[in-house]
Design a protein around this ligand. Structure first.
Ligand code: PMP
Length: 363
């Protein structure tokens, strides 16, 4: 390509051009230090000041109250799949235990990982429905003695999203927001822990954001690796080990960009517009279909299938040639997937719909 494409990758994903341009402009000489941000000490006053600002901007964007700590860690969402049970399961009254709502590949991974640390109870699962839906609330079997309930707010592979924070009778909730963080307004106080990597809606990979209610720290199992012990990380500004400084800097540029767009409320409106455009098109098409229960369709990851699967290769080849890239679905789901995170402009979705309409006409 001799130009920037519309990149529908699920993560790492497209970033705002402005953010990339600013990073490029500051690459050789950040803040007059004669070095890039990735070449200076994380303990220097310039980086520490940047770090404070990054946290403050996230606090503003997500309206995070002081009763919650923001940690910026490494190890990704998968790292937290181990860290969460190690930090929280000891809160259960009859031995380590947690409940899981399994609505796709990612919550299933969380559930399996937790089994290493205690009792992981499957409270609900849509596996039998091929992860195309969320089980009805009346069927959930929540335990009385679990330390917390884990759910994945947006299943990136299936394209299934909880429309609201689930009602779990006041039990402690943990939310995986890897693929919809900052895409819609949320009430932070509804969960004890929110976590996710930066590589979809924020910046490059390398930094994992964990927002944890302060009273939930300090109860970890003895075996917890220090770098994943939330209270130890909180006590050292998430700098128990060398933090991913460049990823944090880039996340900071992402937060500034989002603030300039009008914040989460404004981006949520645009995200809805983009998702509606695509789903409305899919629903009237005779070639494409989305298989997710309407009320649980993801605004971030729009999955679809060509009813004539023989056309898949052609579809991918031609869309790619048109500069509409990375539409192949995850191998666990098959079909196609358009990830349309915050940084995907409306024009990108319009271009995709135009291409798909034209492809259908020619098919
Ligand atoms: N949870 C969800 C919903 C995800 O989409 C992903 C990554 N695609 C993960 C967890 C795992 O995150 P990481 O790769 O940062 O470990």
């Amino acid at each position: 390509f001799d130009r920037r494409i519309f990149n529908f990758a699920a993560g790492p994903a497209t970033l705002p051009e402005e953010v990339l341009k600013q990073a490029a402009a500051e690459m050789l000489n950040w803040q007059g230090l004669g070095a890039s941000v990735m070449e200076v000490s994380h303990r220097g006053k310039e980086f520490m000041a940047l770090y404070e600002e990054v946290l403050q901007d996230l606090r503003t964007l997500m309206e995070i109250p002081d009763s919650y700590e923001i940690l910026m860690l490494q190890g990704g969402g998968l790292g937290q799949n181990a860290a969460i049970p190690m930090n929280l399961m000891p809160l259960a009254k009859n031995g380590p235990k947690a409940d899981f709502l399994v609505t796709g590949v990612w919550s299933e991974k969380s559930y399996k990982e937790a089994e290493k640390y205690g009792v992981a109870h499957l409270a609900a699962s849509s596996a039998a429905e091929k992860f195309n839906t969320i089980p009805a609330r009346s069927t959930w079997q929540l335990s009385d003695d679990a330390a917390y309930v884990h759910y994945c707010a947006n299943e990136t592979i299936g394209g299934v999203e909880f429309p609201d924070v689930p009602d779990v009778n006041g039990k402690l909730l943990v939310a995986d927001i890897s693929s919809n963080i900052l895409s819609r307004e949320i009430d932070i106080t509804k969960c004890g822990v929110w976590f996710g990597g930066a590589q979809k809606n924020i910046g490059p990979s390398g930094v994992t954001i964990v927002i944890v209610r302060k009273d939930l720290m300090g109860h970890s199992m003895k075996i917890t690796p220090s770098i994943w012990d939330w209270s130890k990380q909180a006590a050292t500004d998430s700098m128990l080990n060398t933090p991913p400084t460049f990823s944090i800097y880039m996340a900071g540029l992402g937060f500034k960009w989002l603030l300039k767009q009008g914040g989460v409320k404004a981006i949520e409106k645009r995200n809805l517009e983009k998702a509606d455009l695509l789903y409305n098109f899919l629903d009237q098409s005779s070639l494409y279909e989305n298989r997710v229960t309407k009320e649980y369709r993801s605004r971030m990851n729009v999955t679809f299938f060509l009813k004539n699967e023989n056309l898949n290769a052609q579809f991918l080849e031609q869309s790619n040639a048109a500069g509409l890239v990375a539409l192949r679905g995850h191998k666990a789901a098959g079909g196609m997937r358009a990830s349309i995170y915050n940084a995907m402009p409306l024009e990108g979705v319009k271009a995709l719909v135009e291409f798909m309409r034209d492809f259908e006409r020619r098919a």
